[in-house]
Ligand binder design. Structure first.
Ligand code: ATP
Length: 192
């Protein structure tokens, strides 16, 4: 079974594209959602985060997200530490998830596929792109946030150019009807 990585910058439309593949019956693993679940569930993650950041990082058994966010916001080392703790658990969980799927290929949707090294485990990579202005406006509308905050979140991600160079397929997601056509073509190609 082929393992396909699906990535793209914030607001590019990764989730939108992932849902289009799901319509063809392709199983999609949403890394961010699974990572969040594992951070609440995994005893190892919990132990490591508490030993580094203190008891306050969990509250009533659940990750204290605002507390952790406030630490990692301006501390790259802390952010790297969290990634190094969470990433192996997500990778392990993804492997077990693959074994339960029955499909010609599966997709891992991951905003930081290149940044965290997961791309090495993929057979093919799809990057979703859109113009910077479009991405910013989409996120402002979706998350009711400000341009400044969106740019702040974009800071830690590679540029589209760096991502597309390392990709097998690029989906330019501007007009949705056009995106659907691009998805269909990639789907058909991956079936071959
Ligand atoms: P993030 O990394 O922030 O989770 P994402 O890359 O997964 O973002 P989406 O959530 O799919 O992006 O899209 C961002 C917003 O833009 C959503 O509200 C979505 O409905 C909208 N959107 C995505 N693609 C299009 C499109 N082609 N036309 C119009 N709106 C779109």
């Amino acid at each position: 079974m082929l393992i396909i990585g699906l990535t793209g910058g914030i607001g590019s439309g990764k989730t939108t594209v992932a849902k289009l593949f799901e319509k063809y019956g392709i199983p999609v693993y949403y890394s961010d959602i699974e990572a969040k679940k594992l951070m609440n569930r995994s005893k190892i993650i919990k132990r490591k985060l508490i030993s580094k950041f203190g008891e306050e990082v969990y509250k009533d058994k659940y990750l204290n997200r605002p507390f952790l966010a406030s630490i990692i916001f301006n501390d790259k080392d802390a952010l790297n530490y969290v990634s190094q703790v969470v990433h192996p658990k997500v990778a392990q969980h993804f492997k077990r998830w693959i074994n339960k799927q029955k499909a010609p290929f599966v997709i891992q949707e991951n905003a930081i596929l290149f940044e965290n090294g997961s791309y090495k485990n993929m057979d093919k990579i799809i990057t979703v792109t859109a113009p910077l202005k479009t991405k910013i406006n989409r996120v402002i509308n979706r998350d009711k946030t400000t341009k400044k905050q969106v740019l702040e979140r974009m800071k830690n991600q590679l540029t589209d150019d760096e991502k597309t160079k390392k990709s097998d397929f690029v989906i330019n997601n501007i007009d949705l009807a056009d995106t659907k056509k691009q998805v269909e073509q990639i789907y058909l190609q991956l079936l071959k």
